[in-house]
Write a protein that binds this ligand. Structure first.
Ligand SMILES: [Zn+2]
Length: 236
């Protein structure tokens, strides 16, 4: 195994990587959680060919690095200024502030969050309240949708609460029969929201994450593993 450190320039970006030469047929590129890029290449492959291949994957490499760097974090310290991107149900909307002394409102239109208010210090609160309102409507609606599949097990429909969690998407309180969802779920899509609801509803029958729990979850949410991975990408 021969190891060397290499770099290529791609646009404004410099991609540094560790090159490992080994007996193999194809080239592989790996981005590690440390953000280091590791390239494994066949022993005889010319360096130019390796560079060319890495250039074709440059976008992917930078996306992977952003992912590990937690750039998809919801709390990326938004400034609540025009032009900034905010998420709602898995889609990105750009903030547009309209100074209006009479009305306070938040509207979604053509890819924009249009926020009318008299001074831009109000944007953050207006947006927070808007998310809260939408979350309670959408989560309630999705709970009804998911609970339809669980009614047959003879359980009572849980009450729904919403709060901000730092490290989880949802929880279930058995003694109070309450499902609590993370408000930030409103920034993901309905598939993700339903997955978290199916997970918590499965806890109504099985409190622990045992085999029966996962069998029940899988019955109602077949691709839960890939949805869970997607949610992990949001990196709370
Ligand atoms: Zn659980």
């Amino acid at each position: 195994m021969i190891c060397s450190q290499e770099k290529i320039e791609y646009g404004k970006q410099t991609i540094k990587f560790d090159l490992v030469r080994e007996s193999r047929k194809t080239l592989s590129i790996n981005v590690l959680p440390s953000l280091n890029v590791q390239v494994k290449a066949p022993i005889e492959q010319p360096l130019e060919k390796i560079f060319a291949k890495i250039k074709t994957r440059a976008k992917w490499i930078s996306k992977q690095q952003q992912f590990f760097n937690g750039k998809f974090h919801f709390d990326y310290f938004p400034k609540f200024i025009s032009g900034e991107t905010h998420l709602y149900l898995g889609k990105q909307y750009r903030l547009k502030n309209i100074i209006d002394k009479k009305t306070k409102s938040v509207k979604l239109k053509n890819g924009y969050f249009i926020i009318s208010c008299s001074n831009n210090l109000e944007i953050e609160n207006l947006l927070k309240n808007w998310y809260k309102e939408k979350a309670s409507q959408v989560f309630e609606q999705q709970l009804d949708f998911c609970f339809k599949d669980f009614r047959k097990y003879g359980i009572k429909k849980p009450l729904l609460k919403i709060r901000k969690f730092k490290k989880r998407w949802g929880s279930y309180n058995k003694s109070k029969n309450i499902i609590t969802l993370n408000i930030d779920l409103i920034k993901t899509n309905k598939i993700c929201i339903n997955y978290v609801l199916y997970h918590e509803l499965s806890h109504c029958l099985y409190y622990n994450h045992n085999t029966q729990f996962y069998e029940l979850l899988e019955k109602h949410c077949k691709n839960w593993k890939s949805i869970k991975n997607k949610l992990e990408g949001y990196n709370l």
